[in-house]
Design a protein around this ligand. Structure first.
Ligand code: NAD
Length: 499
């Protein structure tokens, strides 16, 4: 059995830990490898390596650091096929989707290539007599990222791309369910010229996470995963004096107004609800038609579109989506479908018990559709994270905007309409962090910033974009006056004010 281990100081390192986690092939249901789960002493080795490397890296001028990022981007492109196959083999998403995962991370690397410009400080000349003020941004030192299973390439790159370009050393603790791609990314960073120790990968579970959160040498922690864990990570990390951003779960709504282009909307909804088997934090698992006429027309078009979906193994280039990540996750999704029926929602398409011929052991779930889903239902309130679309009917714009606004999660939302005035009002009023107007999955481009509201994100600063640079740096402001050789300037015992 293949063992997936840590990556410290530019090489594979078998740690002291004796615990291992199973890594499955979701297409077959079989265990394909074991991942070593770190102890606190394994983390210590990564910290020591990062400590030795970080000062030299921070002292490397930003343009040289950017050159490593340019080369890394080239290597990502050159290795795209290999990376995508590796990613699909552990995650289960289809190859085209894995390429999208890598591509969205690559775009953050492109953003990080602009680091010399992004790190420029501000300068004010003549803030007082002979006084100039300037600010500079410095790296924090050693920082860490803890990532979920569903984007094993993009999310690590959201974090380490920006953190490393800023001059930090980075410790990545990837999901134990698909740990191989993060190691390949670290190897490619080394190949791109990154000094050993600037990027270390520590495999593990809660024990490794807790060690990261408590370690005094780690100055900031970026987390992405489910909300309860995000909240825990935020509280424990902040209590230990760290800067923490912790992104959580989601339940994104797609509002459909009566004037929407229904053919386009249905195509968008089906891709956004069922793509990647619904295992995206920006998936659209709830559709909110306004008016019963809209609901009926939408349903009529959704049914054949869902019937046309092809579920297949991740290497099947004709498949729309593949298996979910583990048997436990498949069971959880199916139990939510059971619960939806019990709660009184109308199950129109049932994906339970789906078997793919020749791959009966695979973790497949068929596309599922519920109608008449109500806000008081648990299956509406909670994140299912599977190929399950729920129709929650409303009778007015106000009722529709209230649903995502009142929901515990506030990651993404979309509105489908031809009415610019309604869309503009919706974007201004809805209590959600990322809004799409006729765009079903409004993941912001790399030079903007990613982050939800409410229980979808704890902490103040978002991922990537200018907020990412702020998260991974601290600002210092210098106020200077040089002796002019003239009369002495009066010093004061009161707080200086600018007249
Ligand atoms: P998860 O919360 O189970 O795991 C995330 C990370 O936390 C992993 O590295 C895992 O090892 C670690 N972890 C798990 N249990 C822990 C514990 N008890 N204590 C400390 N650490 C622990 O999430 P997942 O299943 O890997 O990913 C799916 C979730 O992530 C979904 O809820 C999804 O919405 C969310 N997500 C959010 C975003 C976003 O940006 N808001 C993006 C992607 C995924």
């Amino acid at each position: 059995m293949r063992d997936i281990v840590h990556y410290i100081s530019g090489k594979s390192v078998k740690g002291a830990g004796t615990r291992f986690g199973d890594v499955f092939d979701p297409n077959t249901g079989k265990v394909q490898a074991r991942v070593q789960l770190a102890t606190a002493s394994d983390l210590e080795a990564a910290i020591e390596s990062a400590k030795a490397a970080q000062p030299g890296w921070a002292a490397t001028n930003p343009q040289r650091r950017a050159r490593v990022m340019f080369e890394f981007k080239r290597l990502l492109e050159a290795n795209m096929d290999e990376l995508a196959h590796l990613l699909s083999s552990e995650h289960g998403k289809v190859i085209a989707d894995s390429k999208g995962d890598i591509q969205r991370g690559l775009e953050v690397i492109e953003f990080a290539c602009g680091i010399p410009h992004l790190l420029k400080g501000e300068y004010t000349t003549g803030a007082g007599p002979g006084i100039d003020v300037y600010s500079m941004r410095s790296p924090l030192g050693i920082v860490a990222g803890i990532t979920p299973f569903n984007f094993p390439a993009m999310i690590p790159m959201w974090m380490f791309g920006v953190a490393i370009a800023c001059g930090n050393a980075f410790i990545l603790k990837p999901s134990e369910r698909d740990p191989s791609v993060p190691v390949r990314l670290a190897e490619l960073m080394k190949e791109a010229g990154l000094p050993d120790g600037v990027l270390n990968v520590v495999q593990g579970d809660k024990e490794a996470v807790d060690a990261i959160l408590d370690h005094p040498d780690i100055k900031a922690v970026s987390f992405v995963g489910s909300s309860d864990i995000a909240h825990y990570v935020y509280q424990r990390g902040v209590a230990a004096g760290k800067r923490v951003q912790a992104m959580g779960g989601a339940k994104n709504h797609g509002i459909v107004l009566p004037d929407a282009d229904l053919d386009q909307t249905v195509a968008d909804l089906v891709g956004a609800a069922y793509g990647s088997a619904g295992e995206r934090c920006m998936a659209l698992p709830v559709v909110v038609p306004v008016g019963d006429k809209t609901a009926e027309a939408l349903k009529e078009k959704l049914l054949p579109a869902i019937a046309g979906l092809r579920v297949g193994v991740s290497t099947d280039t004709d498949a729309h989506y593949g298996p979910v990540v583990t048997a436990a996750h498949k069971a959880k999704i199916e139990s939510y479908i059971d619960l939806g029926v019990k709660e009184g929602a109308e199950l129109i398409v049932d994906g339970r018990g789906f078997k793919l011929q020749g791959h009966e052991g695979g973790f497949f779930v068929g596309p599922t559709l519920f109608d008449h889903v109500k806000p008081e239902m648990k299956t509406y309130q909670e994140e299912i994270f599977g190929p399950v679309l729920q129709i929650a009917r409303t009778q007015s714009f106000e009722e529709a905007i209230a649903l995502p606004t009142k929901h515990q999660y506030g990651n993404g939302v979309a509105i489908f309409t031809r009415n610019g005035e309604a869309a503009r009002e919706f974007a201004a009023r809805v209590e959600v962090g990322m809004v799409g107007i006729n765009v079903p999955i409004p993941v912001p481009v790399a030079y903007h910033t990613f982050g939800g509201w409410k229980r979808s994100a704890f902490g103040d600063m978002n991922q990537h974009g200018p907020e990412g640079v702020r998260f991974y740096t601290k600002v210092k402001t210098v106020t200077q006056r040089w002796p002019s050789g003239g009369a002495a300037v009066d010093s004061s015992f009161i707080i200086p004010t600018m007249k």
